[in-house]
Design a protein around this ligand. Structure first.
Ligand code: K7E
Ligand code: CUA
Length: 765
């Protein structure tokens, strides 16, 4: 025994030895053939993730104009998912099944479907200012909306429309315990939905900041507990919440505090000139906890069904003040300890480090340099500023490192990332990026304890970085190693979906995504679906109310058939189809699409979804499963038959294309017995192990037991038909029995492989 082990170890050692020699010479060849340097290899080694490997972080990137969310792994930069948020997405059935249509319908504006979103800033829910991995919020700039994505299944659950703004930008950002999600307006407009001439811009147009209450228990925003703080008609921009010492305050930038109104067609200089004349704009500091108190005390005024706290009320209660900030700023980023906020002006080469303590000292002492035209007090720049640091041309956003006082600022005009120390003002490093960086992101970089390690540059232009694909270029996300003193560029990832603005990255092990739904689950409302259908309980009904008839199907899908296999309707009928995926096995999704109807469903294991449509054209409409789910996936099919109104059935029966006799039956019967022997041996192996310790296997075993139960039922039918000398049906029934056996065997073999690969042990009897 000992000797045998030794010989095996020697054999392995030897093969490893010769193997690595072969690898190293091949490596030289590959390097030469592809023109790779040692540095390239090092970068590759830092990002390459072998087959089956996992990433340390998951990034959630805005999908820009696609209205979606992009999920990718870091450091591999492999795209894992597009989460449909504001835009219909066929693969996920989003905007095709009734359940998700209801979510999109929440985002209607003035009753109109808005089928895209300009997504900018995702935010992961936080507990004690740390990412908790439960929910994600993302905003739509063009149509002022926020969406809630549940990270338990990576699905969009809710969309809310801001009732006051006609545009927004400074969202989504969360309070340290995700009590509120902030959304700041961008281009001022009247809060009431009415026409107000531009001549009344100063008096009637308004900016603002909305605080959306988040109810974590149900995982939804609660408009009935949410409110807006009115702001002057400056263009409010990015926002952030304070934490620790600055908890209770939020900070929102603005540009165009000139309140300039353009109109080149009337000979006025354009917005860009009028909105960049002054050297400074205003940072808005809001005591949001005070605002909540005022709102709860009824100090707000309802506008379009949601309360607005006026600037006057806020100022009277010392809950709002302004601080000058560098011209046309973009990001405001609060430090992990909550003590500082870094603001950069796009038209100023400096980053300004503000001290919360200093601005509060001036505010508490009532030491203001002036008031703006709306009566809001202004704390002077000198009284609030810690320091200003020359970081480069066109600084935009700043992210924090795990190392003390170390930050990275994106430099748009210079196409660089500047690494600097905000406690000393020292510039530590600069790295060129390709090209024109917008946001940047470090790992958990806007939480209380950034992880450092990697930085992703979200570049606005790719220009020459990739193979040309026509005038519209992909976006370029560049992965940068920030673990050392100097930044090192590792990888370029093209993003061809839209222009991502911001992204957030969370440690992957903080996420606990499900792999299946509880059976019969409506994933959009997160409740058991009233249309859940069990195996054997499928039914179709046709009911009429006068001339209006409705065909309603309660069906199921499971490898490899759809129940029902025929749906009959008459022209003019409303058809409602509810389908439940009976599978429990990981990744056994079925699809469902009907020709000519725009019905297209995705059924992940356990899910129940519905489709409602009018059968307005007579004809024969095949339907089928759109996911290659099993060997007999192509046979997962059926017909929707839409008959002319009042159609009288023709006499006769379906005639099978092929007939079977006793010999056929006996042959199938023997095949089934042989198959059963294989199944028994696999089952024998599985049950001899500690398989119950492996959750994925228990799920597979449950599915296999289901399939074997169905097999037994069809065996019984086949034997009864054979006893009655009906070999046509007996053979077909034995065939269906065999189909269930094959599926059980397939599942069983997958379970067996899993057990073998995951170190299951055979237990003593
Ligand atoms: Cu593009 Cu934050 Cu909307 Cu900056 S934003 S770049
Ligand atoms: Cu189910 Cu293909």
């Amino acid at each position: 025994m000992f000797k045998k082990t030794l010989t095996m170890a020697m054999a392995i050692g030897m093969s490893l030895g010769t193997g690595s020699a072969a690898w190293s010479s091949a490596l030289d060849d590959v390097m030469e053939a592809r023109g790779l340097t040692q540095k390239d290899l090092l970068a590759a080694a830092k990002t390459y993730t072998p087959s089956g490997g996992r990433d340390e972080y998951l990034a959630f990137s805005s999908g820009g104009q696609s209205g979606q969310l992009i999920v990718y792994g870091i450091p591999s930069m492999r795209i894992l998912k597009y989460v449909a948020v504001f835009t219909p997405e066929p693969w996920q059935g989003y905007g095709f099944d009734d359940e998700s249509k209801a979510v999109l319908a929440q985002g209607r504006i003035n009753g109109k479907d808005i089928n895209f979103g300009d997504t900018h800033h995702p935010a992961i829910s936080e507990t004690n200012a740390e990412y908790d991995g439960q929910y994600l919020f993302i905003n739509d700039k063009n149509n002022p909306r926020l969406a809630v994505v549940d990270l338990h299944d990576f699905e969009t659950k809710q969309i809310v429309v801001n009732p006051h703004f006609n545009n927004e930008h400074g969202g989504a950002f969360v309070t340290p315990n995700t009590d509120y999600v902030i959304e700041a307006a961008q281009y001022p407009a009247p809060f009431e939905d009415e026409y107000v001439p531009l001549e009344q811009f100063n008096d009637r147009y308004r900016g603002g900041v909305t605080y959306w209450k988040f109810n974590r228990e149900i995982g939804r925003l609660d408009p009935s507990q949410s409110f807006t703080v009115e702001m002057p008609p400056y263009s409010q921009d990015l926002s952030d919440f304070g934490k620790f010492g600055s908890d209770g305050w939020s900070f929102t930038n603005s540009f165009c505090s000139e309140r300039y109104v353009g109109g080149i067609e009337k000979g006025r200089p354009p917005y860009e000139a009028g909105c960049s004349q002054k050297d400074t704009d205003f940072l808005h500091a809001v005591n949001w906890k005070k605002a909540v108190e005022l709102y709860k005390a009824g100090k707000g005024k309802s506008v379009n069904g949601m309360d607005v706290l006026s600037m006057e009320t806020m100022v009277e209660n010392n809950a709002l003040f302004l601080v000058p900030e560098p011209k046309s700023p973009h990001g405001v980023d609060v430090s992990p300890d909550g003590k500082f906020m870094i603001v950069s002006g796009k038209l100023d080469s400096h980053a300004y480090v503000y001290s919360f303590a200093k601005m509060m000292a001036a505010h508490s002492a009532g030491k203001y340099e002036a008031r703006d035209d709306y009566g809001i007090p202004i704390v002077s720049l000198e009284d609030a500023l810690e320091r200003q640091v020359q970081v480069g041309l066109g600084p935009l956003h700043t992210q924090y490192d795990s190392k003390d006082c170390t930050v990275y600022t994106s430099i748009y005009v210079d196409s660089q990332v500047t690494k600097w120390n905000y406690c000393t003002g020292e510039i530590l490093d600069k790295l060129s990026i390709h090209y024109n960086i917008g946001h940047l992101m470090t790992m958990e970089g806007d939480s209380a304890s950034p992880d450092g390690k990697y930085l992703v540059a979200l570049d606005k232009l790719a220009i020459d970085r990739f193979n040309p694909v026509g005038p519209l270029h992909p976006q370029n996300h560049q992965l940068i190693d920030i673990s050392g003193d100097k930044m090192e560029l590792l990888y370029d990832m093209p993003i061809p979906l839209g222009e991502p603005h911001y992204a957030v990255a969370i440690k992957a092990d903080k996420l606990k995504p499900a792999i299946r739904y509880k059976s019969g689950w409506d994933s959009r409302s997160d409740k058991r679906s009233p249309y859940k259908t069990r195996a054997g309980r499928e039914k179709t009904s046709r009911t009429c109310d006068g001339d209006n008839c409705t065909v309603e199907v309660f069906g199921t899908v499971i490898r490899s058939h759809i129940t029902p296999e025929t749906i009959e309707a008459e022209v003019g009928d409303k058809v409602i189809i509810h389908l439940t995926n009976l599978e429990r096995a990981e990744d056994e999704t079925h699809g469902f699409a009907i020709n000519g109807t725009n019905v297209n469903l995705s059924l992940e294991p356990g899910k129940t979804v519905s489709a409602t449509f009018m059968a307005d054209t007579e004809g024969v409409f095949p339907y089928y499963c759109t996911e290659f789910c099993s060997a007999l996936h192509l046979e997962m099919e059926g017909y929707l038959l839409v008959k002319p109104k009042g159609y009288k059935a023709v006499e006769g029966e379906i005639v099978d294309g092929t007939t079977y006799n006793k010999a056929d039956y006996d042959k199938q019967y023997q095949t089934n017995l042989d198959t059963q022997a294989i199944i028994d041996s696999v089952v024998g192996y599985i049950t001899s192990t500690n398989f119950k310790d492996f959750a994925p296997v228990t799920a597979l075993v449950e599915d296999a037991v289901d399939q074997l139960g169905f097999a037994a039922a069809w065996q019984k039918k086949a034997e009864e038909s054979a006893a009655a000398n009906d070999f046509q049906n007996a053979t077909l029934q034995a065939g269906q029995w065999w189909q269930y056996q094959v599926k059980a065997a397939d599942i069983g073999l997958r379970a067996k492989t899993y057990l073998e690969q995951h170190g299951a042990v055979v237990q003593a009897k």
